[in-house]
Design a binder for this molecule. Structure first.
Ligand code: PBG
Length: 324
């Protein structure tokens, strides 16, 4: 059947019809909201390059978490900004570290909210790289050991899911082994499996104070033109025990999300990263587009590409728009 018998416009005539034939739906259940917890008290500092996103001290984080829960968002992804940074990023695996302290407070105050912890070192090291340095580069195998220690300390504090974002080879296996040996075989790993080295993390590095002090992350994060390599990365993480695999960034890598969805049966998460958020906010501020509509369109496109879960700084706005 074709024109004039078939007319695609028939099913677009009103919103009720459009709702009936809509193929993809974004739900509040799909959303994960990133939060930045900072050491100190009475901190509620808006990140200049990320309107609506704040550095929060623990007591303000708890308030924010209550609101997130009220909106029906099931999970938060927690990043820590420690009081002190050092070459090894010790705060990242200290039981009294900022994330460990925040997790205990969150699980105490809002136990039904899932707390996912980012496992990485760039926010904790004075050089801003994602692990231990040797000869100006991150030493993969030495970093595995402290990554596992960090993940175990998060689990011990009560983290519901750990999410390694460092991109060291073998880290999912090392973390799984560490968790299992310490009695946390029930804690899932959401691995940043295909994480690209690109320009879209700039505002995050403002938020977390985690820009590398020298060089860049191209020796460990992936090269943006590569998609087949993403499938190898995901396959390795799946073999090592990842329970959820992530593609990051999301909007500039919709093809990768789609390919991962087709090739694997694990839940797929996609991280709509800081730069993707900020560029919409900036354009909206200039009056160049309708930021709220653009954001919802981006989020549904990430789902349409095949993501089950979407990590986004717009989660609260999206939950409100979805009627939460
Ligand atoms: C830590 C980490 C980063 C992001 C998430 N985890 C920064 C980086 O790799 O430099 C970026 C998130 C975002 O841009 O929103 N390694």
């Amino acid at each position: 059947m074709q024109y004039p018998e078939y007319r695609p416009r028939r099913l677009r005539r009103n919103e009720t019809l459009r709702r009936m034939v809509r193929e993809t739906r974004l739900s509040v259940d799909d959303l994960i909201y990133p939060l930045f917890v900072a050491a100190g008290r009475n901190i509620r500092r808006e990140v200049p390059s990320m309107p609506g996103v704040f550095n929060l001290s623990v007591e303000n984080l708890v308030k924010e978490a209550r609101e997130v829960r009220r909106l029906g968002i099931p999970a938060v992804l927690l990043f820590g900004i420690p009081a002190k940074k050092d070459p090894l990023g010790k705060d990242a695996y200290s039981d009294r570290g900022i994330v460990q302290t925040a997790v205990r407070a969150l699980k105490d105050a809002v136990p039904e909210l899932m707390v996912v912890t980012d496992v990485c070192f760039c926010e904790y090291t004075d050089h801003g790289h994602c692990g231990i340095l040797r000869n100006g580069d991150v030493d993969n195998d030495a970093t595995l050991e402290i990554l596992a220690r960090s993940a175990v300390s998060h689990a011990k504090a009560g983290a519901d899911i750990v999410a390694p974002s460092d991109m060291m080879d073998g880290r999912v296996g090392a973390i799984r082994k560490g968790l299992d040996r310490n009695g946390y075989s029930g804690v899932p790993i959401m691995s940043y499996a295909a994480k690209y080295a690109g320009a879209f993390y700039g505002p995050f590095r403002d938020a977390a104070g985690s820009a590398p002090g020298f060089g860049d992350r191209r020796s460990y994060q992936m090269d943006p033109p590569n998609a087949r390599e993403a499938l190898r990365e995901v396959a390795l993480d799946a073999m090592e025990g990842a329970d959820i695999v992530m593609v990051k960034p999301a909007l500039a890598y919709l093809d990768v999300i789609h390919r991962v969805r087709q090739a694997f049966d694990l839940p797929v998460a996609a991280y709509n990263v800081s730069g993707e958020y900020s560029m919409v906010k900036a354009a909206a501020k200039l009056g160049w587009m309708d930021g709220d509509r653009a954001m919802m369109e981006i989020l549904v496109s990430i789902k349409r590409a095949g993501a089950d879960l979407v990590i986004t700084y717009a989660a609260k706005d999206a939950a409100k728009a979805l009627g939460g």
